[in-house]
Ligand binder design. Sequence first.
Ligand SMILES: [Zn+2]
Ligand SMILES: [Zn+2]
Length: 499
Amino acid sequence: MSSMATDLMYALREVPGKGKGLIATRKIPMGTRILSEEPIIRVPEAAPDTLTLRTSINQQVDALTPDQRQALLSMHNIHDDDAASRYLGIIRANALPFGDCEREAGIFVNACRINHDCDNNAQRSWNENINRHTVHAKRDIENGEEITIFYLGVLNNRKTRQEALRSKFRFTCMCRLCSLPPDQSQENDRKLSEILTLDGLIGRDGMMGILSAPLRKLRYVDQQIRLYNELGPNDNGLPRAFIDAAQIAITHGDLARARNFAKRAVLGWIVLEGDDGPQVLQYSALTQDPSKHELYGTTMKWKTAIDNIPVGLDSEDFDDWLWRRDKPKKPGQPVDLRNRTTFPCFNDLPDENDVDLEFYASSDGFTYRPHRHWLFLAEIVDFATLVRLQMDVKDVEGMTIPLFFYTIDRGDELAPSQVQKGYTIAILYAERHAFMFSEPGIRLEEPKNFKACQRTGWNDKGHKADCKLLRDTDLKGLFSLDWDNFEGHVQFPLKTATN
Ligand SMILES: [Zn+2]
Ligand SMILES: [Zn+2]
């Protein structure tokens, strides 16, 4: 066994409460390849217990060297009452999934000795380029520390994790995360479930979603990465999230950000898989020339040159640039009408049927309320009164959407002089509504959330336009409201700082 001859950085030792495990025999720095192994026995993943399976296992066991067979027999067996099922019991308890899409499982002499921990310090992965199972240090591992991996496929809350580990591997996890006091455990579960929710939101509507609401998607990824980083360094999901961000950027022609995101993804995979890892090789091209990507330039609305990167920023300001974050305004600083967080376009508004974490937060996990204020601004393109007042309005992106007045007076609240083509409308807490009879638009119920005025120019660039709007008493309040802090809904007329 050639791997035994090399300078091993671990030893098989007794671990209290867990049987045997691999213990680091020296400090193992983050990113180190701890081991790289071929399977000594391979079976289909999740294969039912059939004669074919047992025959195949017996043949493979017969072909083992005495050392290998001894290693196999010393592994934990979940069917130890039944001699005929012995090998199967060992394989069921110890095999690790590997191969493309993890369709096979295998027994690895050393890797199978690594115990599970929900806060694992090492990452397992199958490297199809070298046909070996590899394990890398996710973070620095101290001399004497147990090396651990994560046995399950996806991150999940404590209850789900524990049930899966019990039914599949027949042990109760006692790791640090599973032993947290209830409040901390709940906080950890909340982060995990938010990561999963964000996963769904990022993937939803596929390419259409990336095309119609790229900023919203980018915000989801930004938030997901924040959560991953709160869980610990080098989470397995992190590089994938950076690739999601790179794809959003590249679709809209943003080469500078796409390359930066791709670089972060690849750096993450180098730690988790090594520099010959399959994803490292797959995505390296994207860090060189993202314009070769098939999605590049589907639109050019975020167009940047590849080296169009701001210089001299500290890392926080750089990240604000990278993620296109709108900076929260400092107290006393007037709001900027071009801030797309506070004044979103239609596609970035929350969907009425969803809990959009961009806009809503929950302290108990059940009830949600806004965590900030937002205002939809648009220009009246056309209007008519049939059963109720309805308008076609054009948002900041130039998209025209219908607005229907479901207020008590069905739009009669407005003076006719306020309803003119070219006028500006403003709607607090607007949401996207799916109408049965028209394109998606806005269904307005609360008249005090609505304001129309003849001031135009909110969509112009620069300070002059803001000054024009300031002449309208109602809109003056826009500039002094603390948009990022929600302490109850505000309504028109907005209070100004002076009254
Ligand atoms: Zn655990
Ligand atoms: Zn001015």
